[in-house]
Design a protein around this ligand. Structure first.
Ligand SMILES: Cc1cc2nc3c(=O)[nH]c(=O)nc-3n(C[C@H](O)[C@H](O)[C@H](O)COP(=O)(O)OP(=O)(O)OC[C@H]3O[C@@H](n4cnc5c(N)ncnc54)[C@H](O)[C@@H]3O)c2cc1C
Length: 368
């Protein structure tokens, strides 16, 4: 029977990055994906390679620092897919973030970025903000800030990395479902796979599950985006939804405007996640609070999409406080399960997972 060193389950950004990293270190890798590459959460993102300014409020400094470092690396390595994007944050009196708090947060953000790949933040006058964003609700506008992050083509980059992995010998099979691990003497020695031709067992020295929100043990949270017509701005906006103070973005994207996201608990199957009327109503209400004269009604919505975040369950706290860090479960011999994290930090996830694969194979004398 054919054997590979590593069977990777899941063709999202994490699975693809793990397969690529492992192949680059000389492992023979097979990646299986139940649908098509990138069809899961990794193509439903806000398209941002970012540190995540709002995670600073939750004191997730490690995640923000790591994400900023990765953002800069992605900007350097994949300029065709990841580009700098200016963000403006209008400040309205004290709600929800007073200017001093935002200024402090952005100073920390700049500091954590260290490498200074992108310009630091600057404070803007209310007049300047109103001038830059014609039609923006100016009632109570007292200041503004500009800072930089990056916008990415999530699916484009993922497919590019998958091609690169294939060029290093990774076999990628779509429409191939992993039913579960196969055990011998208490250790995982492969997986049971099924395709439209039936089920079969396949041997692998190690199995890595990178199944995103399909992984057992994640805290799924649904996020929706709307695609609206183009607005006459080249900068993105970070805003607070008036309903609950949550952050949402209005971002120029592919000649249109991307508005999102929502964040609500989700208990259904990830493949069945849908945009519901209440998601649309929430985002349009938030959008119209800031741009009352743009796109009245819902007829101007070009498209919408929903994804499920595979968050690490913090045990307590709301969804917004669930960690964007990732977790690596090593509890089953011969198998690793990885979940959580952000698209931006996929290289870190891959590196740590493959380090662990190599460690375990070396310990068992099965390394190359
Ligand atoms: C609304 C939203 C906005 C986001 N915005 C950003 C952002 O702007 N920037 C950022 O950095 N991060 C963002 N994220 C987070 C980011 O999208 C995820 O952390 C990341 O995409 C997770 O990748 P993954 O590979 O773990 O999961 P996925 O992309 O979901 O991949 C898992 C894959 O496993 C496959 N699979 C599952 N079970 C099986 C099985 N049994 N057999 C075979 N295949 C299987 C699935 O079909 C799927 O393709 C956002 C997430 C959401 C939901």
């Amino acid at each position: 029977m054919t054997t590979v060193d590593l069977l990777v389950v899941g063709g999202g950004i994490n699975g693809v990055a793990i397969a690529l990293d492992a192949a680059a270190r000389g492992l023979r890798v097979w990646l299986v994906e139940q649908q098509t590459i990138g069809s899961g959460t990794s193509s439903k993102t806000s398209k941002l390679a970012h540190g995540g300014l709002r995670y600073l409020e939750q004191l997730q400094f490690k995640v923000v620092r790591e994400s900023l470092r990765e953002r800069d690396t992605l900007l350097d390595q994949y300029p065709q897919f990841v580009k700098p994007m200016p963000f403006v944050v209008p400040v309205y009196g004290r709600h929800p973030w007073p200017a001093w708090k935002l200024g402090l947060g952005l100073t920390v953000y700049d500091f954590l970025a260290k490498k200074h790949r992108l310009p630091g933040h600057e404070r803007l006058t209310p007049m300047y903000v109103s001038h830059r964003f014609a039609g923006l609700n100016a009632k109570g506008l007292t200041a503004g800030f500009r800072y930089f992050d990056a916008q990415m083509d999530d699916l484009g980059l993922l497919k590019f990395l998958a091609k690169r992995a294939e060029s290093l010998g990774v076999m990628i099979s779509e429409y191939c479902y992993f039913e579960g691990p196969v055990f011998e003497q208490g250790r995982v020695v492969g997986g049971r796979l099924s395709t439209r031709d039936g089920s079969f067992d396949f041997k692998a020295k190690m199995v890595v599950q990178a199944m995103g929100p399909w992984s057992p043990g994640v805290k799924p949270s649904k996020g929706v985006h709307l695609v609206l017509p183009a607005m006459p701005f080249s900068e993105a906006l970070l805003l607070a939804a008036p309903q609950d103070g949550r952050v949402f973005f209005v971002i120029p994207w592919e000649g249109k405007t991307l508005v999102g996201t929502t964040e609500t608990a989700y208990s259904g199957l990830p493949e069945l996640v849908r945009v519901e009327p209440e998601d649309v109503a929430y985002l349009m209400q938030a959008f119209h609070h800031y741009f009352p004269t743009y796109f009245p009604g819902e007829s101007s919505i070009f498209a919408s999409f929903a994804g499920v975040r595979p968050l690490v369950d913090p045990g307590v706290g709301g969804l917004g406080s669930a960690s964007r860090d990732f977790q690596l479960d090593r509890s089953v011999p011969g198998m690793l399960r990885v979940f959580g994290g952000k698209y931006t930090t996929h290289r870190v996830v891959a590196e740590q997972v493959v380090n662990e694969v190599v460690r375990q194979l070396s310990r068992e004398g099965a390394w190359l």
